[in-house]
Ligand binder design. Structure first.
Ligand code: WQD
Length: 350
């Protein structure tokens, strides 16, 4: 049987590009479909070096129905992994309309084109942000979905509801939503990784840029939370573990055989919580460098603690995270050091 082609929307992005590697290594034929609004062509070069061949790539937008239809028909796509979305929480608060239009229009267009072409299998990129500030920890897939605290988070909640309702209506779609916790790290080759544009919002790229001398120091956003060391707790998962979870989810859909309609949700995290100071310490051990930091005020919108109960993915997808926090930080650091060799430090663009 021919190698099944899988369309990876947003496949030139951080999680998307690592999932392209995991798909190829699992015997699939990944096809990248990306408008490059939040990525660079250099990622495709990195993929070519890792995989040893040029991954087919369509530079196009998921809201462009004609382009999507043509790509999926031409590549005889048998499944889709949908990453393509705007994902900056703060930016979504400033520009809600742009976020609702892009993230929801892209998903609706994709589902319509899949139904038109008879493509059944879809993995949807969702987020632990749907849990808001959880009452109980660790969060399970049955933990309450709290009102979204950002338009970005709301587009993930609405996206899950759209997919659930389309399957409930009996449409021939087999869909899994994966709720990611905090993806960090990079491929061990340091040929692909996270490309934060502007000042990084997320903790780990900010740490690696500080260690690379692009930032004077890390500001820890508050140490007065109700946690052991006062700093926020998150579930940091190596992006390659997260990528491999997408392959496990796809395989579980294939195991459904003739069953045409299916919807399910999985938490994809390590199951371990780590505080901001835990991450700083682990980075110092992984990199061998002391990290300059100071404690600053809390960041609005941050929850004190959230980490996953990932036993459902273990039991039903046969997947668990295998890489450690220190491995992820070592890989993130190796990627940052390579970035610095590629482009001289240009602090205003960072
Ligand atoms: C982690 C911790 C900060 C930067 C975000 C999105 C979420 C998901 C994952 C898409 C927090 C602290 C950070 C800094 C700090 N993305 N921090 N100094 O906020 O848990 O989740 O990324 O789905 O939707 O919200 O990740 O890396 O921004 O923050 O102290 O300079 O690090 O306060 O406690 P977050 P983060």
């Amino acid at each position: 049987m021919a190698t099944p082609s899988i369309l990876v929307t947003g496949g030139a992005g951080f999680i998307g590009s690592h999932t392209v590697v995991a798909l190829a290594e699992a015997g699939y034929r990944p096809v990248v479909y990306d408008n490059f609004s939040n990525s660079q062509q250099s990622i495709l070069e990195g993929l070519r070096q890792i995989l040893g061949y040029e991954v087919p790539c369509y530079v196009a937008d998921c809201t462009h129905r004609g382009a999507l239809l043509e790509a999926m028909e031409r590549e005889q796509v048998q499944g889709v992994i949908h990453f393509a979305a705007f994902k900056a929480v703060g930016e979504s608060v400033q520009e809600p309309l742009r976020y609702y239009r892009n993230n929801l229009d892209a998903l609706l267009t994709l589902v319509e084109v899949m139904l038109e072409l008879g493509v059944h299998d879809l993995i949807f990129s969702s987020s632990c942000t749907v849990y808001g500030e959880p009452e109980q920890l660790p969060v399970t897939e049955h933990s309450p979905i709290l009102p979204a605290i950002s338009p970005y988070g709301n587009t993930k909640q609405i996206g899950e509801e759209i997919l659930r309702d389309v399957v409930r209506a009996g449409k021939p779609l087999r869909i899994i939503s994966l709720r990611y916790f905090n993806p960090i790290g990079a491929h061990p080759s340091a040929l692909i990784g996270e490309l934060p544009i502007g000042v990084p919002n997320n903790l780990v790229p900010y740490i690696t840029q500080t260690a690379a001398g692009l930032r004077p120091e890390l500001v820890v956003f508050g140490d007065d939370y109700p946690t052991p060391d006062g700093t926020c707790i998150r579930d940091y998962i190596h992006v390659m573990d997260l990528a491999e979870a997408h392959v496990a989810a796809l395989r579980s859909l294939e195991r459904l055989g003739a069953l045409a309609s299916h919807y399910d949700v999985f938490n994809i995290g390590t199951g371990e919580g780590a505080s901001v100071l835990d991450v700083v310490r682990a980075f110092e051990e992984a990199s061998g460098n002391a990290l300059p930091y100071r404690i600053g005020p809390r960041r609005p919108g941050d929850v004190a603690a959230v980490y996953a109960d990932a036993t459902k993915a273990r039991d039903q997808l046969g997947w668990t995270a295998r890489r450690t926090l220190r491995e992820a930080l070592a890989d993130a650091w190796r990627w940052e050091q390579r970035l610095q060799t590629l482009a001289p430090p240009n602090t205003e663009s960072h």
